[in-house]
Design a protein around this ligand. Structure first.
Ligand code: 4AZ
Length: 380
């Protein structure tokens, strides 16, 4: 029996269907990772839009999270590009001091607008995917203690003042606590999890800061068993106040007045799963468009999820998405004055990067009262 199953799996994974490539050649539909010419073009950074477009035309389905492509060569001009050099950070460290004190009134409200969302520098590579070393200094990695005692980072979040992280409820409660472990630590000022000191173009970041978690506060309306993942938002209180630096700064919350409209470009960032199926060691960013809500509601209804007015849909383009591990991280936008605000929290989706399937996000603006009252009631 065992042998039969193994043989069946062997046949199943090697019996590829035939297809026609965008250039008209007959080929086979295989995993992107088994298609050397397309994989090589996909791994260049920044990823040019014509390469994304060719990959999209080559797409022939998904196996789990892994895209399948009709494998063949790219047209000559599509295959390479030289990454642009990156600018050095120029802004000096901000010297606010973060002295410890058990309970501070300023921890009970979001960071004031002259402190939060500061754009660390101007010149960005928008089409690209790696962030700059100093970009999005509010990004947090949520660390879980596993049953074996090790720490694993599985969700994202954002620093909103010296004491609190905004993240997703499913990053602090439910299946994650059984399947991964208990949230015990938050890492700030991180760029590349694989290197101790992160440097780019002769400029090095301060070492990341590891802050123990004091308490987690998921929204009371959230339940793992709701397929719509309503109220997927949480605040995490840190056991110590954080000292702001050039690489550790809070993001602003939306003021509740500004509206997002379809097609508005927003950014998602994190260390989540990439198309190679592994979590990224490096902080990544991606520009995604706001997706039409009614259309999104209809799509998710077919999967039995009834989305609420407190959720936003964004993305929906092939291979451009947040994915497992990005949860809890932000959907962000820079306002006209260049100040960044966290407009939503990465919540869930139908797989990752499927054409026509946007990701679902919890709208921060709809929870401002909950955030204010939770900051006050838990900062004791
Ligand atoms: C996840 O499992 C997850 N494509 C997060 C975001 C999306 C899918 C899955 C959106 O955490």
């Amino acid at each position: 029996m065992k042998i039969q199953i193994v043989c069946f799996m062997f046949l199943w994974s090697y019996a590829h269907s035939s297809c026609v490539t965008p250039l008209g050649a007959t080929s086979e539909c295989v995993s992107l990772y088994d298609c050397a010419p397309l994989l090589a073009s996909f791994e260049q950074r920044p990823l040019p839009s014509h390469v994304v477009s060719f990959l999209r035309q080559s797409s022939c389905g998904f196996e789990g999270y892994v895209p399948q492509v009709c494998c063949g060569p790219l047209p000559a001009q599509t295959s390479t590009s030289t990454p642009r050099p990156r600018p050095r950070p120029t802004r000096p460290p901000n010297n606010n001091n973060g002295q410890r004190s058990p309970v501070e009134a300023e921890d009970s409200s979001p960071a004031p607008s002259d402190v939060c969302g500061i754009d660390t520098q101007g010149d960005r590579i928008y089409g690209g995917q790696f962030t700059d070393l100093d970009e999005f200094p509010w990004m947090a990695l949520m660390g879980y203690r596993t049953p074996s005692g090790s720490i694993t980072y599985q969700c994202g979040g954002v620093l909103i003042n010296r004491r609190y992280i905004l993240t997703a409820a499913h990053c602090v409660t439910g299946a994650i606590t059984r399947e991964v472990g208990t949230l015990v630590t938050v890492r700030l000022g991180e760029y590349d999890l694989q290197s101790e000191t992160d440097c780019m173009n002769d400029s090095c970041a301060d070492p990341p800061v590891e802050v123990p978690v004091d308490s987690s506060h998921p929204h009371s309306g959230y339940s793992d068993s709701n397929s719509d993942k309503r109220d997927d938002i949480a605040l995490v209180r840190l056991a110590q106040r954080v000292k702001y630096s050039y690489y550790v700064q809070p993001i602003c919350l939306p003021d509740g007045r500004s509206r997002l409209t379809v097609g508005n470009d927003v950014f998602v960032a994190g260390w989540g799963k990439t198309l190679n199926g592994r979590n990224s060691p490096v902080k990544l960013k991606l520009k995604v468009p706001i997706f039409e809500k009614e259309n999104c509601i209809k799509k998710y209804r077919t999967l039995g999820a009834e989305l609420t007015s407190n959720q936003i849909c964004a993305g929906g383009k092939f291979a451009e998405d947040a994915c497992r591990g990005d949860s809890g991280g932000p959907l962000m936008r820079a306002k006209n004055n260049g100040v960044w605000e966290s407009v939503a929290v990465v919540s869930f989706g139908y797989g990752c990067g499927r054409d026509g399937w946007p990701g679902v996000y919890t709208s921060t603006a709809n929870y401002l009262d909950w955030i204010r009252s939770t900051l006050q009631s838990t900062n004791v």
